[in-house]
Design a protein around this ligand. Structure first.
Ligand code: NAP
Length: 329
């Protein structure tokens, strides 16, 4: 009697409940599940050996060494994220291993958070809430904690992709008839018409925008794109929001620009590193709000992401077309 060998799957963190139960319910796979928080790289290298499929997170660096260590039987890498800058594309491409990702289902959640961050920065929400809790709220005052409104403002979006467009659509009603949306990116976007957004050069955007929202993917081109030189060109009152990846901003340069009072307010969902130390110089500015990378953190988005990650994995280990596959070319 021949014994059927089950495909081995490594799951590097625990999925939202429904999806976790789903993956555990398959009796035709052998699941290796790292249950603690983030798997140390050394443990990842041990556990990945001999697996047929890998479900990973943005917290795992899936580099050449991991792929090489996994072995020739590896059929698919499935990341529970839309961004895939933590995965070595050349390592997968050279072995023709498909990469699954989870676009679309998190767009609403992240775009909601982008709007929340814009309004938080514009209306000085962090300072206001702190005042209530610290006992600094003394009396209503005509000049206390004045922010700015979005009416008639220019919103500049860096990367009018799914999340950028979702954010633009949500912000459009705030702008009134004299406000406008501009965007910078590599390509013209037909969808820009839906929000009357005009494509401009990056340099024009950073000079003209009252609100700059970073929603591009992290690539070699966008890494460190926002540096001191860029901050110097921005409006002194600018609101800067980053929901993409921390490394799109050169953070020491951001701290320098903030120290010189060059920026109006900054709100970040993503930083370098993550988590950010409570002693990080960025956290000493009262016009800076930092969120702990919660863009897609809704039950709806995370459950859908996890289910897509499972679907991609299952298709991959069977050698079928992944429902959501990153184009590696
Ligand atoms: P997407 O639809 O692929 O959009 C990415 C956009 O980046 C594209 O419009 C692309 O423009 C643009 N881009 C690439 N290179 C650029 C450059 N040099 N200059 C300006 N724009 C550039 O992806 P998405 O679903 O909107 O997600 C965007 C990013 O958000 C992800 O890559 C991820 O890093 C981040 N994210 C963060 C969270 C969070 O929790 N905070 C959650 C999800 C995603 P072209 O098409 O013209 O190249």
């Amino acid at each position: 009697m021949s014994v059927q060998i089950k495909p081995r799957i490594l799951l590097t963190q625990t999925l939202p409940e429904v999806a976790q139960k789903r993956i555990e319910s398959f009796d035709d796979i052998e699941l290796i599940h790292w249950k603690d928080n983030v798997i140390p790289h050394s443990e990842l290298l041990k556990l990945v050996k001999g697996v047929d499929g890998l479900i990973c997170m943005i917290t795992n660096k899936i580099d050449e060494e991991v792929i090489e260590t996994a072995g020739d039987q590896l059929k698919v890498v499935s990341t529970m994220s839309v961004g895939y800058d933590h995965v070595s594309i050349p390592a997968l491409k050279s072995r023709s291993i498909p990469l699954g990702y989870t676009p679309d289902v998190l767009t609403d959640a992240v775009a909601d958070l982008a709007v929340l961050l814009v309004l938080t920065a514009a209306r000085r929400l962090r300072e206001g809430i702190s005042a209530v809790y610290n006992g600094d709220w003394k009396v209503w005052c005509p000049t206390w904690l004045l922010g700015c409104q979005l009416t008639d403002k220019t919103i500049g979006i860096i990367g009018l992709g799914r999340i950028g467009l979702g954010t633009a659509k949500r912000l459009k009603p705030f702008l009134g008839s004299n406000g406008r949306i501009i965007y910078a990116g590599r390509t013209m976007k037909k969808e820009a018409e839906e929000v009357d957004a005009k494509k401009v050069e990056f340099d024009v955007l950073i000079k003209e925008a009252d609100v700059v929202i970073i929603s591009c993917s992290l690539t070699e081109e966008t890494r460190g794109m926002f540096d001191y030189g860029v901050f110097k060109k921005m409006k002194n009152s600018v609101i800067l929001v980053n929901i993409a990846r921390g490394s799109v901003i050169n953070q020491p340069d951001l701290v320098r620009a903030l120290s010189e009072n060059r920026l109006g307010a900054v709100a970040l969902d993503v930083t370098t590193p993550e988590p950010l130390s409570p002693d990080d110089p960025l956290l000493k500015f009262k016009n800076v709000t930092v969120m702990p990378h919660l863009g897609s953190a809704t039950v709806e988005a995370r459950t859908a992401m996890a289910n897509i990650a499972i679907d991609n994995l299952l298709a991959g280990i069977k050698g079928e077309k992944l429902p959501y596959r990153v184009e590696l070319d």
